[in-house]
Design a protein around this ligand. Structure first.
Ligand code: TRP
Length: 431
């Protein structure tokens, strides 16, 4: 079985906080330990330039994020960990893909629309006021990030789903126009980890200024935890764990037994001051070992730089051959280039058994992908349903009935579709 490739990028504009850790970094590091996956994680520093024109901030954030992932134990031999700007192939691919992207598609991108909407709301007649071409075509750079490594699975926040859809669109257009060189990637959104509360109880986010930096000092951590919003219940009065930010943050790091213990204390009326003290001691104990590794790495940036170079070398070893195929497919070729001769029938018959198996597997994969494109609306319907297992079961039942009602060739086609649906929807079905 071929390994699936997981890829995600982190824009280098901020300081990593607890929400980033739980929502993105921790699951990514766990995925990188899964032997069934190839993982690519990168510092998206070209993306940083889109929204931040403060060079010191971009550079500082790049150092901080680079050291954070290493401090948390990312194994850079297992994963490919690199900085986007170390991979010139990505920018080159961006241009080729730009020529495959319709402007209308980019007009619909959320980030761009948010800017034009803000101008409209402010009564500004120039809807594009303040919009750079970087912001406008940012989904194409992101498509290049993903397609450059033929990634299959892209773990992202909800706000990024549209960009993955756009990457699929652009890949499809390239494949159709030239040669099928690109996988169609899929977004993976983890609903649970989207909801890490910040100091004020809203989602922890830099834009709400309610974050707890992952590796702030012990004193800073204590100070921030003391700022967490609580209600007016007095000591001794039972507290509702579920509406409490303190309890939720504790739960994100604790095991089942610890969570049960804290819940009991809440119901027994623990004082808010005491709950804050316990949360502080608990988080500090969890974070102190990675915090000292982080501080050591921030004092040894040459080492961090070396790790990124190692990652860039691995990444380029994958990117360069694919980019070469892309260029050739599009007609960017050495003047002396000659297309490989078509293999004659006699030679074809000499193929070894292994080659035949591989060819058959490739043909199967191609067929499967073609079927998937047609089934996409059905799969999307399941993805968007409130009750996914029920929606999946209904779609399978409908297709099975179709198979039964058809004859021969049409039946085989519907059966193939049913097989792919069963595979794709297996996670939702109790089989
Ligand atoms: N745009 C993403 C964000 O803001 C970061 C990113 C850049 C990314 N390139 C990517 C994520 C490629 C996944 C894949 O979160």
């Amino acid at each position: 079985m071929t390994k699936k490739t997981v890829l995600t990028g982190i824009t280098t504009t901020g300081t990593p906080h607890i929400g980033n850790y739980l929502g993105a970094i921790k699951p990514a590091i766990e995925a990188s330990r899964n032997p069934a996956l190839n993982s690519y994680f990168f510092l998206a520093d070209y993306h940083a330039l889109i929204k931040c024109h403060d060079p010191e901030r971009v550079a500082r954030s790049t150092r901080e994020i680079a050291a954070t992932w290493l401090a948390l134990g990312l194994d850079t031999d297992a994963a490919t960990y690199y900085r986007q700007t170390d991979i010139p192939e990505i920018t080159e691919l961006t241009w080729i893909l730009t020529c495959m992207t319709s402007k209308g598609l980019m007009n619909r991108a959320h980030a761009y629309k948010a800017s034009t909407d803000a101008n409209r709301d402010a009564g500004n007649a120039d809807l594009d006021d303040g919009v750079t071409m970087g912001l406008f075509s940012y989904p194409i750079l992101m498509a290049a990030d993903i397609l450059m490594f033929n990634a299959d699975i892209i773990p992202v926040g909800k706000d990024q789903i549209q960009h993955i859809e756009m990457a699929r669109d652009v890949a499809g257009r390239f494949n159709h126009t030239y040669q099928p060189l690109f996988n169609l990637p899929q977004a993976l959104v983890d609903e649970q980890t989207q909801l890490i509360p910040g100091l004020d109880g809203r989602k922890m986010s830099k834009s709400y200024d309610n974050t707890i930096p992952l590796f702030c000092s012990r004193d800073e951590l204590r100070k921030l935890i003391n700022l967490i919003t609580t209600d007016l219940r007095v000591p001794g009065e039972p507290k509702d764990p579920h509406s409490s930010t303190l309890f939720q943050l504790y739960s994100c790091f604790a095991d089942a037994g610890e969570i049960a213990g804290m819940r009991r204390q809440f119901l027994e009326g623990i004082a808010w001051g005491e709950a804050k003290k316990q949360l502080f001691e608990f988080l500090d104990a969890r974070l102190s070992a990675p915090r000292s590794r982080y501080n050591a790495l921030m004092n040894d940036l040459g080492h961090v730089e070396q790790e990124l170079h190692k990652g860039a070398e691995k990444a380029r070893a994958k990117a360069a051959p694919l980019l070469e195929k892309v260029r050739i497919a599009a007609g960017i070729r050495p003047l002396t280039y000659q297309a490989p001769a078509v293999v004659s029938d006699a030679r074809k018959q000499e193929k070894s058994a292994e080659e035949l198996v591989e060819l058959a597997a490739r043909a199967d994969e191609g067929r499967r992908r073609a079927i998937l494109v047609q089934l996409r609306p059905l799969l999307d319907r399941v993805a968007g349903a409130d009750d996914k297992p029920a929606a999946a079961a209904a779609i399978i039942a409908q297709k099975a009935a179709e198979v039964d009602s058809l004859k021969k060739k049409a039946k085989q086609k519907a059966q193939n579709e049913l097989d792919v649906l069963n595979e794709e929807l297996a996670v939702f079905l109790n089989t």
